[in-house]
Design a binder for this molecule. Structure first.
Ligand code: ADP
Ligand code: MG
Ligand code: MG
Length: 213
């Protein structure tokens, strides 16, 4: 069970890296509207480093907890920026809720996602409505837990949660940024979705459309 969960996590990180590389330029353009324009490159570099660290960990026989901790460190180290630090911490917290040798159930995934989102809120200090990735991650965690509780498969729950995150990310266009670098140019961001919420939704959509197993 342990190596299987680790392999699923490794594959998910590769899918995240692929979609973030694909949308790198657009994410940078979104961030340039009211921020410093580095969100695309940061997410692309961070996720690529995380995917590569996951390969190394898997080859060394690591379980899912250790693999996600290594991936999280690599993401923070290589991404730079606020979002890189938050994604790195989130991956480490996510992995920390699993054991290296325990089976990973849908309930455990939903609970670990909730803990990772809570860590992002605690570390970054943003609340829903501040126009950050928290605005996509919070409804994502809620929808995931609600679907798992109804007995949905993890794939199905992920797809529903990714759809919620996408709607929420799009909805951030209506609000002014109050957190992060964008806060000083908050009003300029009205009409443009938050880059971090957008990249979060892109990643979760990529994970759910390719399916787990
Ligand atoms: P930086 O702002 O350091 O250049 P990025 O451009 O990579 O970092 O990331 C910007 C994104 O990070 C924002 O669009 C937002 O979603 C997210 N973000 C910024 N500050 C916070 C925060 N305090 N809490 C949560 N997310 C944040
Ligand atoms: Mg930036
Ligand atoms: Mg920056």
């Amino acid at each position: 069970a342990s190596q299987r969960a680790a392999a699923v996590a490794r594959d998910a990180l590769h899918r995240a890296a692929a979609v973030l590389a694909e949308w790198e330029k657009w994410l940078g353009e979104l961030d340039a509207v009211a921020g410093d324009g580095d969100h695309g490159i940061g997410m692309s570099r961070g996720s690529a480093a995380a995917a590569s660290a996951a390969d190394t960990a898997l080859a060394a026989g690591a379980g899912v907890r250790t693999l996600l901790a290594r991936a999280g460190e690599a993401w923070s180290d290589h991404a730079g920026g606020t979002s890189g630090a938050l994604w790195g911490a989130a991956l480490t917290v996510l992995g920390g809720r699993f054991g290296d040798h325990d089976p990973v159930t849908p309930e455990a995934v939903a609970e670990a996602v909730r803990a990772a989102v809570d860590a992002v809120i605690r570390l970054g200090g943003a609340q829903p409505g501040d126009k950050t990735l928290v605005d996509a991650a919070t409804p994502f965690a809620e929808e995931l837990a609600a679907n798992v509780q109804k007995g949905a498969s993890l794939d199905r729950a992920l797809a529903e949660a990714a759809a919620r995150a996408t709607t929420a990310a799009t909805g951030t266009a209506r609000i002014a940024a109050r957190r992060g670098r964008s806060r000083t140019h908050g009003d300029r961001s009205i009409g443009t979705p938050d880059p971090g919420a957008t990249s979060f939704a892109l990643v979760m959509t990529a994970l759910s459309t390719h399916g787990g197993d």
